[in-house]
Ligand binder design. Structure first.
Ligand code: F6P
Length: 323
């Protein structure tokens, strides 16, 4: 019998996390549950940083980026000792179920914890990367996409004026959703993404399309990568095609900030209410996702397997439209 639900945000923050905290809190209270907010992710559970939440605790946060609960990537929670401390705090606080808002690493932690101590645990996909399987969208992805698009629009002005090639590096961890779709949205000439790793050199393909013959500037969006990010490609162009004037812009953490878009607020609100509905239905260890506009329950094992299919038709769309 669940009486009290704990909420935490974990991993990289994402715009819309506050809307999700609000939705879980209000929906839980509306359905007769008590709510406790856990601060600083799983570290807060280990250290007992927990406060009782009322409906007022989440007033005026739907429009704010970041997370009022703070967030962290907890090393201690990866150890059995750390998880035992966390479990003890849950018992002391009378928390009988957990809602975890986060990305792949956070939901992996939630899965291990839930299985170890038989805790009802519900995940919400909260990451700008959109890399969780079983959901079409994750909380934060749409806002970040819009932020990148606005930045690229601005860079285009100076790229055009100076007739330069710009390599713009965007986040996404190992996934190219942000890069590919921001390239389409901003009318970029190319995107270099991890999902398009074939034998063909993506830079050669792009240059080979004769991009500079017909245009006086060009923009290439590059997915972040420790070895071959925007700097790598810019250096190569400088060496291999010295006739081109090249610049790099690494957008960095500004991509994670800002007021959440309407899409992210609505998504987070629906997923938050969906999390409470799932608990009422007796669901355990699932992520609440959205597929074709409908709320779905995705087992943690599927959500975190890292095999979200990339829609290759997006690559064709960009290629065709950038001629
Ligand atoms: O997972 C979200 C994300 O923003 C990734 O896109 C990025 O690789 C990473 O987090 C950056 O993490 P940090 O904020 O720890 O530098």
């Amino acid at each position: 019998m669940i009486k009290t639900i704990g909420i935490l945000t974990s991993g990289g923050d994402a715009p819309g996390m506050n809307a999700a905290i609000r939705a879980i809190t209000r929906s839980a209270i509306a359905n007769g549950f008590n709510v406790k907010g856990i601060y600083r992710g799983f570290d807060g559970l280990i250290n007992g940083e927990i406060k009782t939440f009322t409906t007022e605790s989440v007033s005026n946060i739907i429009s704010r980026g970041g997370t009022i609960l703070k967030t962290a990537r907890s090393n201690e929670f990866t150890t059995p000792e750390g998880r035992l401390k966390a479990f003890k705090h849950m018992q002391e606080e009378g928390i009988d179920a957990l809602c975890v808002i986060g990305g792949n690493g956070s939901l992996t932690g939630a899965k291990v914890f839930a299985e170890e101590f038989s805790i009802p645990c519900i995940g919400l996909p909260g990451t700008i990367d959109n890399d969780l399987d079983g959901t079409d969208f994750t909380i934060g992805y749409d806002t970040t996409l819009n932020t990148i698009m606005e930045c690229v629009d601005k860079i285009r002005d100076t790229a055009t004026s100076h007739e330069r090639i710009f390599f713009i590096e965007v986040m996404g961890r190992d996934a190219g959703y942000l890069a590919q779709n921001s390239a389409i949205a901003a009318g970029a000439e190319a995107a270099i993404i991890p999902e398009d790793q074939t034998d063909a050199d993506q830079l050669e393909q792009y240059i080979g399309r004769g991009i500079r013959k017909s245009k006086n500037s060009s923009i290439v969006i590059v997915s972040e990568s420790p070895k071959c990010g925007a700097m790598y490609y810019a250096e190569r162009v400088k060496k291999e095609y010295p006739e081109y004037d090249v610049r790099v812009s690494i957008l960095g953490h500004l991509q994670r900030g800002g007021t959440p878009s309407a899409h992210d607020r609505i998504l987070a609100s629906r997923l938050g209410a969906g999390a409470i509905q799932a608990l009422l239905e007796g669901q355990r260890n699932v992520m609440i996702g959205i597929k074709n506009g409908e709320i779905v329950y995705v087992p943690f094992t599927k959500a975190i397997q890292g095999q979200k299919a990339f829609d290759k038709s997006l690559i064709k769309v960009l290629d065709e439209l950038s001629i």
